[in-house]
Design a protein around this ligand. Sequence first.
Ligand SMILES: Cc1cc2nc3c(=O)[nH]c(=O)nc-3n(C[C@H](O)[C@H](O)[C@H](O)COP(=O)(O)OP(=O)(O)OC[C@H]3O[C@@H](n4cnc5c(N)ncnc54)[C@H](O)[C@@H]3O)c2cc1C
Length: 594
Amino acid sequence: MSKVKAIKGGEFVIRDTAPSDVFIPEEWTEEQNMIASMCQDFLNQEITPNLDRIDSMEEGLMPAILEKAGELGLLGLSVPEDLGGMGVDFKTSLLATEVLGTGYSFSVAYGAHTGIGTLPVLYYGSEEQKKKYVPKLANGEWKAAYCLTEPSSGSDANSGKTKAELSEDGKHYIINGQKMWITNGGFANLFTVFAKIDDDKNLTAFLVEADSEGISLNAEEKKMGIKGSSTRQVFFNNVKVPVENMLSERENGFKIALNILNIGRIKLAAGVLGGAKSAITESINYANEREQFGRPISKYGAIRHKIAEQVIKSFVVESATYRAGQNIDDAIEAFVESGMSKSEATLKGIEQFAPECAILKVAGSECLDFVVDEAVQIHGGMGYSAESSVERAYRDARINRIFEGTNEINRMLTVDMILRRAMKGELDLMGPAQAVAGELMSIPDFGDTEEGVFANEYKALKGFKKVILMVAGSAVQKLMQTLSKEQEVLMNIADVAIWTYLAESTLLRVDKLIGMRGEEACKHEIAIVKTYFYDVADKINKAGKDAINSFAEGDEAKMMMMGLKRFTKTEAFNAKEARQMIATRVIESNRYDF
Ligand SMILES: Cc1cc2nc3c(=O)[nH]c(=O)nc-3n(C[C@H](O)[C@H](O)[C@H](O)COP(=O)(O)OP(=O)(O)OC[C@H]3O[C@@H](n4cnc5c(N)ncnc54)[C@H](O)[C@@H]3O)c2cc1C
């Protein structure tokens, strides 16, 4: 992919991308597919047969499974070779996360260990710290956990009360405090702990070994789902941590916490994608087997509609996740070429696409919730039985909208990050926003310039981006400093940005695919794109309307409403037939086969 054209994070709002410039999942190489199969084999052998044992928290089982994963190299995929890992690129690590994302509680333990557990020391550790801890984490000998949340400090993560005080001899920090909801807490050997030194404004991160004196744990939390994932409170009572175990610099902890969460967000999207695909296959299998009124329920339109929607939503999230994954890899490569170390470049690359990571976290977790909810519905009473795997999937899915930053926080972050970049002059939103405002006052140009199978969709995409610019631009002008407090408006803008990013990513994917395989071979994918655009145009219209009505009135509101109508106009389209076609394909294959 050419560096000249490299798109910046958040820039999708104002810049078009060519299909040739996106990575699509149909381009996985043989080597990447081999890594995916290795993960799948591991799941089939170690996880699927043991789901009940895992969920009953059988003593020692989860750490033993993590050790096996470590022996196979699955814990060190993102770790460079000189530290005992495989050093795969970012999007390949997303692929592995997707496959392992079907592992219910295991995928949470895996994600916490390899993500928020290992990455702080990998990316922010000194050479000595990395040499001491990373190889043991990569091979599974040690397990890791991340201690940020406290009873009174959740979304407001920088407000933690845990304290670190330098000892009189200057050799240790003494940590006192309480952390809550710590995944892998019950068996982790290494905690990354965030605490405040004296009266610092910001947190500092420390690497704390779990067998240090003064650490104690509460009993396992009793949870709605992911019952096999260890979640504990961790208490620090005068815990002595050597000064050399401070991670990075004093007060850099909040930044570390946020950057690590960014990575976690896009990885969460990849993981839930695996879970969604698997729940779709379960739904299709059941719908094909179960007969009522003399026919398999997969013959009924109401059920076919649900299956098609499950497929559309998942395909869309997949398109956006790997598009962003490649953008991140490209950014990392460019930073490395400019002379940065790999760790620094990786952090910068991911930070660059932080708005997309937040978008994907929200979109992925909400897609999974939709898919598992319909999976239960398709299973009828069986879906409500603890004997069925979709019952577990339904309960386990729910956490994804809460951790790694709640979806409300991530929606607000999406808008906040994009606007901040505009204020700093990194993204030229003002020029395009003014152009849209000017367009509202001029006579509309109905000349259609787009051609081909996606003429309507490319035109619609331009309109969706104009909605973001019109609503956000006008909200910034009208509400100024108070915009950050107008959360309903922020939610509306975030939703429009999320749908636009997903719509664009899917359109570019399928357009590229048509170039590779021809239109006829892509008819189902084309149906997915068209149905998605047709649906989100109305949703964007509604979100835009709600926002405009809340802060504009009179002629100004009228003018914006007219613009909104134009920007979200849809052509007549038979969505029922398109969904039927999508459903027929997967029902015939008896699995999610895109
Ligand atoms: C199973 C599980 C595992 C976890 N694992 C870990 C872990 O390994 N390490 C770790 O450090 N943490 C972990 N967490 C904690 C998790 O990250 C937090 O639960 C999450 O960040 C939300 O914080 P909270 O629970 O305090 O909710 P709160 O912050 O109290 O939020 C409650 C509600 O208020 C909303 N809200 C909060 N602030 C605002 C605002 N400014 N504007 C609008 N709405 C707002 C939220 O969106 C939410 O809907 C885990 C949690 C669970 C349940």
